[in-house]
Design a protein around this ligand. Structure first.
Ligand SMILES: Nc1ccn([C@@H]2O[C@H](COP(=O)(O)OP(=O)(O)OP(=O)(O)O)[C@@H](O)[C@H]2O)c(=O)n1
Ligand SMILES: C[C@](O)(CO)[C@H](O)COP(=O)(O)O
Length: 233
């Protein structure tokens, strides 16, 4: 059973405002992308990683990530697309064309650079157990409001049934391909699969798997590293 992780890393990182693609932004000298790939390979479940790089930075990303293959998996780099979903689709097409026996596919944001390997293992194991789509989630800590176009509250959903969604999201490769060929739109891959009518099951996520989007998040990431044992990734 071949497990391939697709890593969308082609975003510009505008909200971070670092003047370079977010995936290449270093934390304690190590780019976020390298940390994300290390975490995937450290799970012991992933044989191949396909990175969707910013089109103008394919060579840089290849140089940065080539040494990671020594951690026990092959690393491929392709040019990403204009939107995250385009980057995922391009990496998926590469995997299905170039990597024989691709049966389980993970999609993991480079921006979730500190995701613990145990989350990766939980997702892969649930797909391997027969679930076609698996996502890591956390409970919602705040009260959430639905508002109208004027910002006026129209509803207060019961937060007990809400979850915050992380990556890696894991799929039967054929299901993910069908989802990306559907022409549907969603902000995550599980959203596409869900709209095909395929059940999506959840496993526990982890606070460290937060998406680094802003300077505040980067400061949190630096604090994570400063914990005892925090430098592992
Ligand atoms: N065209 C794109 C846009 C995003 N991503 C990736 O999708 C993940 C989630 O995106 P986000 O965190 O929103 O990153 P950016 O698009 O870089 O952020 P911003 O909107 O601030 O520019 C990131 O790993 C990002 O590199 C991608 O591969 N291709
Ligand atoms: C996939 C994701 O990280 C799940 O929370 C999220 O949907 C990505 O959203 P973005 O707007 O592309 O950052």
């Amino acid at each position: 059973m071949g497990v391939v992780a697709l890593v969308p890393a082609a975003g510009r990182g505008e909200r971070l405002g670092y003047g370079m693609p977010k995936a290449l932004v270093p934390v304690d000298g190590v780019p976020l992308l390298a940390r994300a790939v290390r975490g995937l390979l450290a799970s012991g479940r992933v044989q191949h990683v396909v990175i969707a790089a910013p089109p103008s930075d394919v060579d840089t990303v290849s140089t940065v990530t080539a040494p990671l293959a020594q951690a026990g998996g092959a690393v491929h780099v392709v040019a990403g697309g204009a939107e995250r979903s385009d980057s995922v689709r391009l990496a998926l097409e590469h995997a299905l064309r170039e990597i024989p026996d691709t049966s389980i596919v993970l999609v993991h944001d480079a921006a979730r650079a500190f995701t613990p390997p145990e989350v990766v293992r939980a997702v892969v194991d649930a797909v391997a157990a027969g679930h076609p789509a698996v996502i890591p989630v956390l409970p919602v800590a705040d009260t959430v409001k639905q508002v109208d176009a004027n910002g006026v509250v129209v509803a207060t959903p019961d937060r007990a049934v809400l979850r915050v969604v992380q990556t890696p999201q894991g799929f039967d490769a054929r299901v993910l391909l069908r989802a990306h060929e559907s022409g549907l739109h969603a902000t995550d891959d599980a959203g596409l699969v869900e709209r095909l009518g395929v059940p999506v099951v959840t496993v526990p996520g982890h606070q460290d798997a937060m998406k680094i989007t802003t300077r505040f998040d980067l400061a949190v990431a630096e604090a994570l590293l400063a914990r005892p044992g925090g430098g592992a990734r």
